[in-house]
Design a protein around this ligand. Structure first.
Ligand code: SF4
Length: 103
């Protein structure tokens, strides 16, 4: 099944068209498709989703503050929870050795 010919997916349409289990599977695939250098570690990802699961701003699979799917946001190491003054989770520190970093 194809949801987009452009690679741009409409969250509202996906919510309408996909049963919840399909949506979760789609998001799992999306997370796994992220390049490793931008993807959160498994531990960080689980910790972030645990925080989202207990958050009053979560509306089913979506964060009501930023509009992102919680899974998609939590999977990106450089993103943080959008609560302005006291985010429930923050950017993941890089594990790279600075002496080996040539950038
Ligand atoms: S990203 Fe932050 S504000 Fe949004 S649902 Fe998760 S913990 Fe809550």
């Amino acid at each position: 099944m194809s949801y987009s010919s452009t690679g741009i997916l409409c969250r509202k349409c996906l919510d309408t068209e996909l049963p919840e289990g399909e949506l979760i599977r789609y998001l799992d695939q999306y997370v796994l498709s992220l390049p490793e250098d931008i993807r959160s570690s498994d531990e960080t990802y689980r910790r972030r989703l645990s925080a989202c699961s207990e958050c009053e701003h979560r509306m089913q699979a979506t964060c009501s503050l930023c509009g992102c799917y919680c899974q998609a946001r939590a999977a990106k190491r450089k993103l943080r929870c959008p609560i302005p003054k006291s985010p429930r989770w923050t950017e993941e520190e890089s594990n790279s050795n600075p002496e080996c970093d040539t950038k």
